[in-house]
Design a protein around this ligand. Sequence first.
Ligand code: UDP
Length: 248
Amino acid sequence: MTLLIQDEYPKKLLREDGLRLDGRGLTDLRPIKMEVDVIKNADGSAYIEWGNNKIFASVYGPREVHPHHLAKPDRGILRVFYRMATYSVFERKRPAPGRREKEISLVISECLEPVLFLELYPGTSFEIFIEVIDADGGTRCASTTVAALALADAGIPMRSLVSSCAVGKVDGQLITDLSGIEDKAGDSDMPVAMTWFNDEISLLQFDGKMNQEEMDKSLDMAKDALENVYQMQLEALKKKYIQIQEGI
Ligand code: UDP
């Protein structure tokens, strides 16, 4: 949990020993735990703890579109609602969805859409509700990752999963998976998501400065991290079926 206000950000984000303030090496991910089928009333659901982030995703669909005028006669639509709880951050967040939440909902929707077969579901909607109950940097990446898991848990046909992680730069060094403080006080932040059926990047945002060489190296670091995140997603999905098989 970040308990610092803007003026109190540390001057240095790397320690004397070259490690990060939370003890991680430059390319280490924070501890990640994922679980599917956590909300019984949803068609599919998942939960992720990614460092201090705690996020639920629930999926409903295909179902009737409300309001009706949003329905498309030739395809289904995907609607994503990313929300951060008022108590999820140090300074109380206003409860009404702000510009940031709308933007994050849109980018998550755009990076998940390529893996769905929306053309097979005319006139219907798929809705994903993402609830961030504790936030500490990288929530859009963790949300994308957990939303893809919830879609898979719902049994919705997908071309592949989608995995996401940020890379960036602090104190002139490239790092993987920025924490809240690294996100706010660092030099740059680049959230990336990957669709695995075509190995394409479906999300790439960028804030800060990097040269071409740093950008290329960051993308390589992101790909390594995404491969790890992907394996964890697969494990979380498999765990559900192993438990069913074993009658747990
Ligand atoms: N944050 C906050 N208050 C807000 C929005 C964000 O304290 O109203 C924190 C939160 O920890 C978040 C981090 O700032 O994870 C970085 O936010 P950003 O907009 O970069 O999105 P994220 O990195 O979470 O995808």
